[in-house]
Design a protein around this ligand. Structure first.
Ligand code: ARG
Length: 466
């Protein structure tokens, strides 16, 4: 019986005696969002068809007809000529139906030894594999933007903070390169996620495997998967790879959000550390004077939905008995939304950085209040053989004295300093300047200009800049 002659009109409709309710079709369709998997669905089907022919489950002619038919369908979709139908539920059945309409009975053989359960799992993996590569490129561009700024402002000094209190002076470039490192880890994490994405699920069929003589290793080679999944039941309901990918997206966006928070603070009058270009700010509809950092605010704001996506998928999977359950169709929307959001945020951050200027005088000025070289005096005393705890106490008293007198550390005379410790000598004044402080921090990974210059050169080399 042809599909159209079945009362349900469905490919799976043989055992049904009534047509599906329109409300059920509308409620269960996923084609509105899974259509974006078409390229990968077709890629997977072509590999499957080649395997079926090799295993003599279909003839070479049928295989050729299937492959040519799928190529034509892909072109139709590419060109916007394909009509997706929600009564066909999802991308898999939309394509299969179009294929059968186009090439006849050979099309109906494509689903041999395959279930939509392993098919959708395959499509998702193929799609995410490509997305890892795209994300990597975007992250590299964002890193380059940080590195360009770090090069431009090399030598400029700003306050470094802990608890959002001024702590120790640092190079602006050191601060910027901290983000370079975060995105470096993000890129590594994405690459690592490929280990679990790049496993062939196809051949698990619905849940138990198949009795037909398929060759999963062949399909894996065709699709460039280094591994074949080991347990068909695990595979059928496995979305760990998507969760891991979502977690990677979450860390990326969390890093962007921290940067966004800094840009919002730094562009306030209170800080006045940066100026974001007019093209990247917006105004107020009532307050004519306003120039608002909406882009970083939106980036910060979008973190909620990216986190929500991860939590959503974890919740979807957590209560599912093995193996496939239709709940799993809820896997794609959160992943797609998080992906679109993170890609948009990463792209705009790169532009935003290219249009951000640091207020170098103001940054340096901000290092002068807040006794930021106090640790340097303690370290100086340590070099004079004083135990660090004792030195900490001495400098604490010096700071308290300055606070009472409303003075900066640099304003103290040698005689005044010596009242707190006889170990203090003329050379203390080298230590008290912010430049001296910054450049004394030569430990690996520290903020001294030599260390930061090395880090910057290494980053430029890695990114192929200059
Ligand atoms: N659209 C479904 C999904 O995304 C495909 C698998 C459907 N399988 C099934 N047995 N109904 O999960």
């Amino acid at each position: 019986m042809a599909d159209q002659d079945k009362p349900s009109g469905k490919m799976w409709g043989g055992r049904f005696s009534e047509a599906t309710a329109a409300s059920v079709e509308a409620f269960s369709a996923s084609i509105q969002y899974d259509a974006r998997l078409y390229h990968h669905d077709i890629m997977g089907s072509k590999a499957h068809a080649r395997m079926l022919a090799r295993q003599q489950l279909i003839t070479e002619e049928e295989c050729e007809a299937i492959i040519n038919g799928l190529t034509a369908i892909e072109e139709d979709i590419d060109q916007g000529r394909f009509e997706f139908k929600s009564e066909l539920e999802d991308i898999h059945m939309n394509i299969e139906k179009a294929l059968t309409d186009r090439i006849g009975p050979a099309g109906a053989k494509l689903h041999t030894a395959r279930s939509r359960n392993d098919q959708v799992n395959l499509d998702f993996r193929l799609y995410l594999r490509d997305q890892v590569a795209e994300m990597d490129t975007l992250l590299a561009s964002a890193q380059s933007a940080f590195v360009r700024l770090a090069r431009k402002y090399l030598g400029a000094i700003m306050p470094g903070y802990t608890h959002l209190q001024r702590a120790q002076p640092v190079l602006v470039s050191h601060h910027l390169l901290a983000y370079y490192e975060m995105f470096k880890r993000d890129r590594e994490r994405l690459q690592a996620s490929l280990q679990h994405i790049n496993v062939l699920p196809l051949g698990s069929a619905a849940l138990a495997g198949t009795g037909l003589p398929i060759d999963r290793e062949f399909v894996a080679r065709e699709l460039g998967f280094p591994a074949v999944s080991a347990n068909s039941m695990d595979t059928s309901g496995d979305r760990d790879f998507a969760l891991e990918f979502l977690f990677c997206l979450n860390l990326i966006h969390m890093h962007l959000s921290r940067l966004a928070e800094e840009l919002v603070l730094w562009s306030s009058k209170e800080f006045d550390f940066v100026r974001i270009g007019d093209r990247y700010c917006t105004g107020s509809s009532i307050m004519p004077q306003k120039k608002n950092p909406d882009i970083p605010e939106l980036i910060r704001g979008k973190s909620g939905r990216v986190t929500g996506a991860l939590v959503s998928l974890l919740m979807t999977v957590k209560g599912l008995p093995l193996t496939y359950n239709r709940d799993l169709q809820e896997d794609k929307e959160p992943v797609f939304d998080a992906l679109d959001t993170v890609k948009a945020s990463v792209s705009i951050v790169a532009e935003l950085l290219d249009n951000t200027e640091f207020n170098v005088e103001r940054l340096l000025d901000a290092t002068h209040g807040g006794f930021m070289t106090a640790t340097d005096i303690a370290d100086y005393l340590v070099c004079k053989n004083m135990p660090f705890r004792q030195a900490h106490g001495v400098v604490g008293r010096i700071v308290a004295h300055c606070q009472q007198q409303d003075m900066e550390l640099t304003e103290l005379t040698l005689a005044e300093l010596q009242e707190f410790s006889q170990d203090i000598e003329e050379d203390i004044f080298k230590v008290l300047s912010v430049e001296g402080s910054v450049n004394s921090r030569t430990s690996l990974g520290g903020t001294a200009i030599e260390r930061v210059t090395e880090a910057l050169q290494k980053a430029e080399q890695t990114l192929g800049i200059k």
